[in-house]
Design a protein around this ligand. Sequence first.
Ligand SMILES: Cc1ncc(COP(=O)(O)O)c(C=O)c1O
Length: 390
Amino acid sequence: MKASKRLDQISPYLFAEISRKIAEKKAAGIDVISLGIGDPDRPTPALIVEAAQEAIADPSTHQYPSNRGRPEFLTAVSDFYARRFDVTLDPATEVMAAIGAKECIFNLNLAFLDPGDLALASDPGYPVYTGGPLIAGAQAHLMALVPQLGFAPDLTAIDDATAKRAKLMFLNYPNNPTGAVVPDGLFEEVVAFARHHDILVVHDNAYSETCYDGYRAPSFLATPGAKEVGVEVFSLSKGYNMTGWRCAAIVGNAEAIDIYWRLKSNIDSGNFDAVQLAGAAALSPDGDFEVASMNELYRRRRDLVCDVLRAGGVDVTAPKATIYVWAPVPPGFESSAAFCEYVLEEASVVITPGGAYGPNGEGFFRISLTTPDDRLREAVARLGALASPA
Ligand SMILES: Cc1ncc(COP(=O)(O)O)c(C=O)c1O
C-alpha cells in the first residue's frame, strides 16, 4: 500500500517513535519512566466529570452537535475570555468549538493554504505547524525562536518574498517546547507585521492557564489590533486535565472563523455536546480553584527537576509557565537525540530531544512535568546518579 506523496513528506510523528522505543524496553522487562509526553497525569477535576455525567443523561446531547458549537459552550468561552484576559468576544461570530487544538490548527492549514503558499512556523514548535502545511500541499517556513530574544522569532529576518507568500503565522506562548512566555512587545510587533503583509496569525494558546510564581499569561487577542489579523486557539486539554476529551475553541477574527467553519462542515460533525457542556463547567469561575491547585503541583515538580539538573551542572532556567522544562544538552554529546538515547539507555528515563521540534531545538532537551510524583522522584534520582557517577 502506498501513502500519498504529501503524507510521505512527513517523518513519523515524534511521539509515535518515542512510544515504540519505550515498548521495546518494556518488552525486555525494563522499568522505563517516561518524562516525554505532555499529557497531564491527574484525573479531570470532579466538577467537570460531574457536569459531563449530567449532560450525557440529557437526551438533547445525543444528536449531531452544531458544527459551530453549543450555545452554552460558546458563551462560557466568551465569559471566560472577558474574566481571564479582558478580551471581548461575540459568542455568535467570534467563538467556535474545536475538537482539540490539534484538529483546529491542522484544519486551518486546509482552510487557508494553497499550493505555493507558506505558513510561518515557530521553530522549535509543535509539529503540526510544519506537518499541517505539507499535508495541505503548501510549505512551512521556519521562524527560529532565538534564545537571546527570550525565544521570540526575529521578524526582521523574514525577507519580503517570503512574507508575500506567507498566508499563516503559527505562534505559541506560553511555548511548547521551550517553556518561554511571550517576550514584551512581541505580540504588538506581530500585529504590525501581519497587517503589513496580510497574514493570518494563529496564536496557539494551549498553555495559558499553567503559570507559576504569580505570572499570568496574556491572550494574543488582548493586543490592540490582534482581532483584525488573528485567531487564537484555546485548549482545555492541559490546564484542565482534559486531553482525552478533545475540547477546544477557536476565537478571534470572525471572517477567519467563518472560513474555518466552512472547511470543518465538510470534514467533521462537531464535538459531542456533553463534552462541550463539561467544557463550559470547566471554564466557569469554579474551575479556577482546580487550575490553581494543579499549578501548585506542577510548580513543585518543576522545582524538583530544576534542582536536580542544576546539581548535575545543567544551566536550566525554571519556566514561568507550561508543563515543560527546557534545558541545554550537556557538553560531550553530538546531538540532542544522542543525549536522550544515552539517558534512555543508562537511566531508562525517556526525555525528548529538542531537535525533534525543529532544527532550532537542537542543543536542548525537554522534560515534561506530567508524571506522578513518586515516578518523577525516581526518574530525577536516576538522572542525578547519571550526572554524578560514583
Ligand atoms: C503547543 C500545543 N498546541 C496544541 C496541542 C494540542 O492540544 P489539544 O489536546 O487541544 O489538541 C499541544 C499538545 O501537546 C501543544 O503542545
